[in-house]
Write a protein that binds this ligand. Structure first.
Ligand code: CP
Length: 324
């Protein structure tokens, strides 16, 4: 693997999941792989799980991780080609990225969308300029449109749950992505990415449900069944992924805060005793009720814990490619 910014960087999702589960069973089996390798974790936006799980994963592989909170501690970066830098930005990515590429063997970047200019966000301008100028493998820790480490974790967690439940074996699981309300404008990244990965994985019947106006970019959802009727979508579901996102068209808007879309135990009763997933952080009793999050069907803690193994599988795959 040369980089990790989307499902397109993975040739065999099931093999990558198996690698992650191997690390879950034996975290230090490849402790020598990252010997004398340094990894830079650059945060242009906040994080809890991604930051810590990727550090742990790197250390499990013997790498030295260094975290840099660019948004709080670094110079304000400029990403526009030909910019006349007489404003607030201090350093151009063309100058900063090659230096970072000299300091580190691998760079991981978290950068959220602005949710103002759809074309700019969906061009993935920031992560692509790191790829262009850094000269070392780039790993997305969530970009303007996608969150691949989260999605790999989600597939790992679904596969792990299937392996533990005989009722789910020898059938295609029904996986439902449902929109949930939120108080503010939230990126489409997790939902785009989950859709892209479930479609690329190809081993589930995939349904997306959301209110009118919340259609995601079809480049990610193509292949899924899409409905505006949440209760219909939830019928016989085996996995329910709950997530808010802002509208794609018009871009970045909150069109609805309808609390009828919150996932509750009453809705869970419509499903095939579905396991419930969320990437976290979650707004309790807005997106998901306490009863679900604290109940037996919630996978959220397991899902977040699996972030370590997803990151470890990805970093190891890149290290292995560097050694060839
Ligand atoms: N799910 C997720 O990416 O969590 P953080 O934003 O805390 O990293």
């Amino acid at each position: 693997m040369k980089q990790f910014i989307s499902a397109h960087d993975v040739t065999d999702i099931n093999a990558l999941v198996a690698k992650a589960l191997k690390y879950k069973d034996n975290p230090y089996i490849d402790k020598q792989l990252g010997f004398q390798k340094r990894i830079g974790l650059l945060f242009l936006n906040p994080s809890l799980r991604t930051r810590l799980s990727t550090q742990v994963a790197a250390q499990n592989l013997g790498m030295e991780p260094i975290v840099f909170n660019v948004d709080k501690e670094g110079w304000a970066l400029e990403f526009t080609e030909g910019a006349i830098m007489n404003g607030t930005t201090v350093e151009h990515i063309k100058d900063a990225a090659p230096i970072l590429g000299n300091y580190f063997d691998m760079l991981c970047i978290r950068t959220f969308p602005g949710l103002v200019n759809q074309q700019e966000d969906y061009s993935e301008k920031i992560i692509h300029q790191f790829i262009q100028y850094a000269g070392v493998p780039i790993v997305s820790l969530e970009s303007a449109t996608l969150h691949p480490l989260q999605s790999l974790t989600d597939i790992i967690t679904i596969k792990e749950s299937i392996a533990l439940n005989s009722a789910l074996q020898n059938k295609r699981p029904k996986v439902v992505l449902t929109w949930a309300p939120h108080i503010k404008s939230i990126p489409q990244c997790v939902s785009n990415s989950f859709s892209q990965w479930v479609n690329a994985w190809g081993e589930a019947d995939f349904v997306i449900t959301h209110p009118e106006g919340y259609d995601l970019d079809t480049q990610f959802t193509q292949g899924a069944t899409i409905t505006h009727h949440q209760e219909e979508a939830l019928q016989d579901a085996d996995f329910v992924y709950v997530k808010n996102w802002s509208s794609y068209e018009p871009y970045g808007q909150v069109l609805s805060k309808d609390d009828n879309w919150m996932m509750t135990n009453q809705k869970l009763a419509l499903t095939h005793n579905a396991k419930v997933m969320h990437c976290l952080p979650v707004r309790r009793n807005v997106e998901l009720s306490d009863e679900i999050l604290d109940g037996a069907n919630s996978l959220v803690t397991k899902q977040a814990s699996n972030r370590v193994w997803a990151a470890q599988a990805v970093l190891a795959s890149i290290l292995e490619a560097q050694k060839k």
